[in-house]
Design a protein around this ligand. Sequence first.
Ligand code: PLP
Length: 402
Amino acid sequence: MSTIRLSPALQNLKPSATLAAAAKAKELKAKGVNVLDFTLGEPDFITPENIRQAAVTAMNAGHTHYTASGGIPELKQAVCAAYQRDYGLKFAANQVLISNGAKHSIHNVISSLCGPGDEVIIPAPYWVSYSALVEIAGATAVLVDTTEASGFCMSAEQFSAAITPKTRLLMLNNPSNPTGCAYPVAQLEALARIAVEKDILVLSDEIYEKLIYKGAEFRSFASFGPEVAARTIIVSGVSKAYAMTGWRIGWTIGPVEVIKAMDNLQSQETSNPCSISQYAAVEALNGPQVSVEAMRVEFEKRRNYVMERMRPWRSQFGITFAEPGGAFYAFFNVKSCFGRTLLGGAKVDNATDFCTALLEKAHVALVTGDAFGAPGYVRLSFATSLEQLKAGLDAIERFLAG
Ligand SMILES: Cc1ncc(COP(=O)(O)O)c(C=O)c1O
């Protein structure tokens, strides 16, 4: 018998479902199958040239050593300057911490603030890692279900009702992965008012802030006045806006005492984020911003194409969805397929079955909504070429017609 005992916090921890779905698709690809893969949430563009060049320059200048654990001063300054330029928000450098990607930032925030007995409010559907990171900290995730009819946005009443004396944090993601929904400004402000009234800290994950489409508007949670800013911990980074997922640079902006605690934690667990990536991120934020808009325009074209193709599915197949105002995901309800066998596959009883049959029979990879606290839904990432989207949507349509 094995003597290995995992820590209680990790015994039930599941791997990231999006990465697992991508791995399954890769496995099939390795067998020579032409899989149309829409699982991963990362821009398909290469990092812009000026940013890549800045990394080369940094290496050649000898920036190949450890840096301060919380990031180089130039990058903290660049983050402050970007928020001032883009949103008119003023932050001091000691309110900023640079980490190894936004996911690491979120981990550090939760680990610094939450422990056993604490509750973290998470509107569902939510990004896969939210509940897992809360679990790792030993805290309890309090899920608040939102609906397609309300654009998957949590109301102020729902937020208020979920607050208990144990509430430590609200985790908000705007625009959202997996739904693509962007909060209407008035609704976001209503949440901010509750946070102030009930004195609740808000982790606002704004990683998709630059990917906003016609009809939607982005407002940083900290922009609703000083009393809201004092309770807001912004998490964002370069991964999505600058096509820099592999460089692993994210940041947190928040109250000095939280940032200090997170810096202490980071100094013990990972030391600094990659020195070269940090210099590249300085160029991303301080350099020309034209590539951000060029990529956003491309994503918007894809979003429009996907919506054009999917709208008829409502009447044809009973597929329903809220149209994404941001990010790069289409999130749709496939409950109308339950009880059916599609293209001769196994009977579909839930969204996970749907994804398995779709992969096996139509060679299209999506992620099940079960992973996002949204049973009955599936997620399609449109961060891929129009050509691939056309082929994928054709194949899904054939599958739905079954
Ligand atoms: C909502 C959300 N937050 C955070 C992240 C993590 O970003 P990073 O790659 O910078 O760790 C992702 C990545 O998919 C995301 O979708």
